[in-house]
Ligand binder design. Structure first.
Ligand SMILES: [Zn+2]
Ligand SMILES: [Zn+2]
Length: 183
């Protein structure tokens, strides 16, 4: 199989997969990119690194990647800005609008229904596979619900909002005598 030039400049996450669609089952494009940024709807992933391949199946292009990224988040306990590293295995099938290029599946969209088209997983009419939205979705699904700056984060004092990681709050000291008085 000839080695394809996978990237359509300047967008490193766009792949021209014409040769895969007109090729044979099992053909693949291997690729690696690093230090990219994916930002959709204010949720930004930095230092995105992906390594893996796009592979032709009988009626789709299957992506199999190892992906790492860093997300900006706020610690759910102390609210400090925190880098959250994310590492995922990404596998998705991308479906070509031009299914007629795949000899065995000329009428792919007719056969499998047009109401199930997921734009993030559709190879467009120019045979460009844009992996960025699907990657963003997978990274977002892997984001922790309650990110932490550190698993031992002590959080903020509920009394004075002091960051208990950085200082010893006086609230507890001040309260104890008061509690003692009440008792
Ligand atoms: Zn924290
Ligand atoms: Zn306090």
């Amino acid at each position: 199989m000839p080695r394809l030039s996978p990237f359509v400049d300047p967008e490193i996450m766009l792949f021209n997969v014409s040769a895969l669609l007109t090729g044979s089952v099992g053909d693949e494009i291997k690729f690696h990119f690093a230090d990219e940024t994916i930002e959709i709807e204010d949720l930004l992933y930095r230092e995105v690194e992906a390594r893996g391949k796009l592979m032709r199946t009988d009626r789709t292009v299957f992506a199999d990647l190892k992906v790492k990224a860093v997300a900006d988040a706020e610690c759910s306990r102390c609210l400090v800005d925190t880098d959250i590293p994310i590492s995922i295995n990404f596998t998705e099938e991308f479906r070509p609008i031009n299914a007629d290029l795949m000899q065995s599946h000329r009428n792919w969209f007719d056969e499998f229904g047009t109401d199930e088209i997921d734009e993030a997983l559709t190879i467009d009419s120019t045979n460009t596979l844009d992996i960025s939205t699907a990657l963003w979705q997978a990274l977002s699904a892997a984001m922790p619900m309650n990110p932490l700056c550190n698993t031992d984060c002590k959080g903020l004092c509920s009394g004075c909002s002091a960051d208990l990681n950085n200082k010893i709050c006086r609230c507890s000291a001040d309260r104890s005598p008061a509690l003692n008085l009440i008792q």
